[in-house]
Design a protein around this ligand. Structure first.
Ligand code: G6P
Ligand code: MG
Length: 220
């Protein structure tokens, strides 16, 4: 019987960095002369930095040269890095350490599957890096979620078949990617938005150890 592998998205699942992405994108939008709202920021969840900028420029009705596009990509990330610079363990989302600790004690393989190119330094800052047997992030993929590539690479790194993997995700594109990889998708957040997920939880405080046991034993 094959072991079950667990794959976590980062932003919005482990840490609440969406607010910092938002502030950095809003600053750029304001500099370019338009507003960027919290509602519009929803479209950016799970979406690569490049695609986010394309959407932002669409919202502002701005045509950019390649040089401008590249400059703004860098500018947004410099601002984002300034926001996350001071991050510490207090910004870990509720009960994430409890779940990671529970799984680690059961000796199951754990991976990160994120679109972010800043994933590793963030995990280091909040002190959770040691839980992960594999980190697959925006530096390792060529196709963005909802393409399943990021999760398939993670499963491969863990040495677990995709059907034996469980994915925790807060983005619609991420749930679609997990489903496309034939993995068990677990939505963390608004169940109306994440209605394509196999299971839904508002956050990890709602996920008890009994449910984790069900997942651990899913191949039995
Ligand atoms: C995550 C976030 C997105 C972000 C993407 C890229 O998926 O949910 O909002 O755009 O990562 O992040 P990065 O840190 O590489 O700019
Ligand atoms: Mg996310």
């Amino acid at each position: 019987m094959e072991k079950v592998g667990f794959i976590f998205d980062l932003d919005g699942v482990i840490v609440d960095t969406a607010k910092y992405h938002y502030l950095a994108w809003r600053k750029l939008a304001n500099e370019l002369g338009f507003e960027f709202t919290h509602e519009q920021n929803e479209l950016f969840k799970g979406v690569s930095r490049k695609r986010c900028l394309e959407i932002l420029l669409d919202i502002g009705g701005i045509e950019a040269t390649q040089a401008q596009f590249d400059t703004w990509m860098v500018e947004k990330n410099v601002d984002y890095l300034a926001y996350i610079e001071k991050m510490d363990a207090s910004e870990i989302l509720p009960d994430v350490p409890r779940v990671l600790e529970y799984l680690k004690n059961k000796n199951v393989p754990i991976a990160l599957g994120s679109a972010s190119k800043n994933a590793k330094p963030i995990l280091e800052k909040v002190g959770l890096l040691h839980y992960f047997d594999s980190i697959v992030d925006g530096n390792n993929v060529t196709k963005a979620k909802p393409d399943p590539e990021v999760f398939l690479i993670a499963a491969d790194n863990l040495g677990v078949g995709s059907q034996s993997c469980v994915v925790f995700e807060d983005a619609v594109a991420g749930i679609q990617a997990a489903n496309a990889a034939s993995m068990v998708s677990i939505g963390i957040g608004d169940s109306d938005i994440l209605n394509e997920a196999k299971h839904n939880f508002k956050d990890f405080t709602e996920m008890d150890n009994q449910f984790l046991e069900l997942l651990l034993n899913k191949n039995k």
